[in-house]
Design a protein around this ligand. Structure first.
Ligand SMILES: Cc1cc2nc3c(=O)[nH]c(=O)nc-3n(C[C@H](O)[C@H](O)[C@H](O)COP(=O)(O)OP(=O)(O)OC[C@H]3O[C@@H](n4cnc5c(N)ncnc54)[C@H](O)[C@@H]3O)c2cc1C
Length: 234
């Protein structure tokens, strides 16, 4: 029987299954007493309530579990073994969140905005733009190294956290520059005219803020790199 409450489940309204990490043992190391369950969202006792974000989208939800009965067949990987499965899953999530496609798209939108307002004639802007462009290129090169390991059937380790940090913080710096580039339109909620009409500087800026929180906050990612990769004391 599962009871509890999970906040910030992205797109739960559109899903038909949910996984849960539930505490099934209170003795031993904390990580050892967790079980991974895969459950249909229509199971009696599960309620999904949408959350409206600053962009006025109900992209997230909170999920309530009240006396939810889960058959043993829905246990994935064996009882009390959920942390091992969760770590593998999080590694894949960090590859996804570390993809340079997000920062590349943000650069494309920054370029469209800067062209529309004539900023490529400003050497200060060009220097900041070029530095960001090189950061995105470097991120792409690092990302391809991780993907090559996966393609060979290998396992990526804790060092994948660096992609998550790099991509999300680069995205934030790109959208910081987008706000500067938008000038007096920085606070406009909606599109700013560009050649193809796609720039929404305020929306891009706000949208990139939670990236350093979700998927495990960047502070926690830095702890993982410090302990598991650099071997620093915890
Ligand atoms: C937009 C959004 C979408 C999300 N989507 C999903 C989803 O689909 N599914 C899902 O399961 N979750 C989702 N989440 C939840 C997300 O994974 C968590 O919010 C995130 O992992 C941080 O955990 P927390 O909220 O418990 O914060 P906490 O862990 O309580 O952290 C609070 C603050 O303390 C800091 N902190 C905590 N521990 C340490 C430490 N040891 N050392 C240094 N600093 C520390 C953190 O960096 C942070 O600044 C989403 C969150 C957001 C904002």
């Amino acid at each position: 029987m599962v009871n509890g409450h999970k906040l910030w489940t992205t797109l739960a309204m559109d899903a038909n299954m949910i996984f849960m990490l539930v505490r099934t043992q209170n003795t031993g190391k904390k990580q050892e007493g967790i079980t991974f369950l895969l459950v249909p969202l229509e199971t009696p006792g599960i309620t999904v309530r949408p959350i409206v974000n600053l962009g006025m989208h109900d992209e997230f939800a909170e999920v309530f579990f009240d006396n939810v009965r889960v058959p043993v067949a829905n246990v994935v990987g064996g009882e009390n073994n959920g942390w091992t499965i969760a770590k593998a899953l999080l590694g894949h999530e960090r590859i996804f969140i570390g993809s340079p496609k997000f920062a590349t798209l943000a650069m494309y939108r920054l370029k469209a905005l800067a062209e529309a307002v004539g900023l490529f004639a400003d050497p200060n802007f060009v220097a900041r733009y070029a530095a960001l462009k090189l950061d995105v290129e470097d991120l792409g090169a690092a990302y391809r190294r991780f993907v090559a390991v996966l393609k060979r059937g290998g396992h990526i380790g804790a060092e994948v956290s660096l992609l998550k940090i790099w991509n999300t913080e680069t995205q934030q710096r790109i959208t910081d520059l987008m706000l500067d580039a938008a000038g007096e339109n920085a606070g406009v909620w909606g599109s700013v005219a560009t050649a193809d009409g796609v720039a929404r500087p305020a929306g891009e800026f706000i949208g990139s803020r939670p990236t350093t929180i979700y998927g495990g906050s960047n502070e926690v990612q830095r702890n993982i790199l410090a302990k598991a990769v650099l071997g620093l004391p915890g």
